[in-house]
Design a protein around this ligand. Structure first.
Ligand SMILES: Cc1cc2nc3c(=O)[nH]c(=O)nc-3n(C[C@H](O)[C@H](O)[C@H](O)COP(=O)(O)OP(=O)(O)OC[C@H]3O[C@@H](n4cnc5c(N)ncnc54)[C@H](O)[C@@H]3O)c2cc1C
Length: 368
């Protein structure tokens, strides 16, 4: 059976804050974006709407003085994108060909060609895969179990309580240190007898009087119920093989994040973890016409508001590119849709056939 063929100017992958913000901006600019997002898949932990669909209260998204539930916020993002005419397709992008424009994207049933591509495929927190960790009703996820201290640490349920952080790298030290602002005490549970975190992060953590370390230990289960939330964790000492129940009111899993970028490996430049590299001055990747926004290109901030911010940038960059204007690339050159390069010092333009011409308007001779 032949696949349906679609042709668009702007395709966006992902319907989290980054993808939907890119959709709002590009739809309002009359670019008729097509937004593609993975369907609900329990095994792959995906829900249309992205990571905020698996959380409860969002207290730090500006404009909601009393806070808002994550799924409600994402439903409003989507309504706003729909209002300006965004077209939605719920499917997985399985393969991409970015070597030439139009770029070609493959889903199970469609082949999609597009002049510009905005990648907003997000990142996934790594989980331990232990009982009690999954989202309610299958576990206590969202009711005392979290993978984001910045997001959930200030919530009332964690204040002045004993909390457990699982992990031994920089992320774990950062999350644990942050949580000591709110918690009565924070216990870092780590599998080894020393940390993987950088020296500066370790020193800061060891100096913090509210932080304690439980070494050589695995968390086997998160205990509690949906009425009381988390009540403790079941620990297992890897050296002595002893098990015990450790009481606590919250568990933060801090064993790292994985950007959802496998699809683009070998085609787009990434860092060693897989975060897509962008220009810094724009959302341009190393391929002109391909832009990346949100958590898939951000290993540092990873917040809904920063994802939405870069989603807006990606839409404006794509619009600029489709208008034949130069867009800043990671190399520092600015590149147009026709393949002209403006040099970083703005003095020259290199044409697609390799000729260098000055980047200034010839002055008209007086009298002409
Ligand atoms: C439990 C939790 C609580 C959080 N709480 C807060 C908070 O209170 N405040 C805050 O600011 N931030 C919070 N965050 C962080 C915030 O959710 C993220 O920073 C934000 O969602 C990133 O947005 P994004 O658009 O980049 O990607 P995501 O929200 O990750 O969305 C990406 C989408 O792309 C889809 N996708 C991926 N690959 C493909 C593919 N091949 N084909 C089709 N679709 C694909 C995914 O299924 C997903 O729907 C929280 C995160 C978690 C996990």
């Amino acid at each position: 059976m032949s696949n349906q063929m679609l042709r668009r100017n702007v395709v966006i992958i992902g319907s989290g804050p980054a993808g939907l913000t890119a959709a709002i901006y590009s739809a309002r600019a009359n670019l008729k974006p097509l937004l593609i997002d993975a369907p609900t898949d329990a095994e792959k932990h995906t829900v249309p709407g992205g990571q905020l669909m698996i959380t409860t209260e969002v207290e730090n998204y500006p404009g909601f003085a009393e806070g808002i539930q994550g799924p409600e916020l994402m439903a409003d993002f989507r309504k706003q994108a729909e209002r300006f005419g965004t077209e939605f397709l719920e499917t997985w992008i399985e393969r991409v060909e970015l070597q030439e424009r139009p770029f070609t994207l493959h889903t199970r049933d469609q082949v999609i060609q597009t002049e510009t591509l905005i990648i907003a495929s997000g990142a996934s927190a790594k989980w331990l895969g232990i009982p009690g960790e999954a989202k309610v009703p299958n576990g206590l996820g969202g009711h005392g179990v979290s993978a984001c201290a910045t997001c959930d640490g200030p919530l009332p349920g964690f204040r002045n309580k004993a909390l457990v952080v699982v992990g031994g790298g920089d992320t774990a030290m950062e999350e644990a240190t942050f949580l000591t602002r709110y918690a009565s005490r924070v216990f870092v549970v780590h599998r080894r007898d020393k940390l993987r975190a950088s020296k500066i992060m370790q020193e800061k953590a060891f100096r913090n009087p509210k932080l304690e370390f439980i070494w050589d230990t695995d968390v086997k289960e998160i205990l509690g119920n949906s009425a009381d939330g988390v009540t403790g964790v079941r620990l297992h000492n890897l050296k002595t093989s002893e098990g015990r129940v450790f009481p606590c009111s919250g568990v933060f899993i801090a064993i790292g994040h994985k950007p959802n970028s496998d699809l683009f490996k070998g085609q787009l430049e990434m860092d060693e973890v897989g975060y897509i590299k962008t220009s810094g001055h724009s959302t341009a990747t190393n391929i002109p016409g391909v832009f990346a926004s949100g958590d898939v290109q951000d290993s540092v901030y990873r917040q809904a508001v920063t994802a939405a911010g870069t989603g807006c940038m990606a839409a404006l960059d794509a619009e600029r590119f489709l208008d034949h204007l130069p867009v800043m690339m990671p190399s520092g050159d600015e590149v147009t849709m026709e393949g002209e390069h403006v040099t970083p010092d703005h003095q020259a333009i290199i044409t697609p056939d390799g000729h260098m011409v000055p980047n200034k308007v010839e002055c008209a001779t007086p009298g002409e």
